[in-house]
Design a protein. Structure first.
Length: 121
């Protein structure tokens, strides 16, 4: 069974949250495809950022590092009330997030709706 083709889609801002949807395998070869849209989203100052990994089938250390850099960028810029959260239902992806300790710094929710509810307070 072949993995889904990698795809990044930036959704329309919703309730002050900009969502980036990631589909397929986020690894060394595909991370650059996420980097550009993620940078643009962080620069846009459109509100908090939700990286939706619901359709992400695999994530490696390159993908984790990219997410951590984005989170650090918001933290270092003072965030202006902005934050970064993740959502994922994939057991493999969630396990990597857990093993790396990422979920101790960046909130990880099971669904997009849960993440949006947490961001809206």
């Amino acid at each position: 069974m072949n993995p889904a083709p990698f795809e990044v889609k930036v959704g329309e801002p919703e309730h002050g949250v900009q969502t980036i949807f990631v589909r397929g395998e986020l690894d060394l070869s595909t991370a650059p495809e996420l980097e550009g849209p993620l940078d643009q989203t962080l620069e846009s100052d459109e509100g908090s950022v939700l990286i939706d990994l619901t359709q992400c089938e695999f994530i490696d250390s390159t993908g984790i590092a990219l997410i951590v850099r984005a989170w650090q960028r918001l933290q270092n810029d003072g965030g202006n009330g902005r934050t970064l959260v993740l959502c994922s239902q994939n057991d493999q992806v969630r396990r990597v997030l857990e093993i790396t300790g990422l979920e101790l710094s960046i909130p990880v929710h099971t669904t997009r709706d849960e993440a949006l509810a947490a961001l809206s307070g």
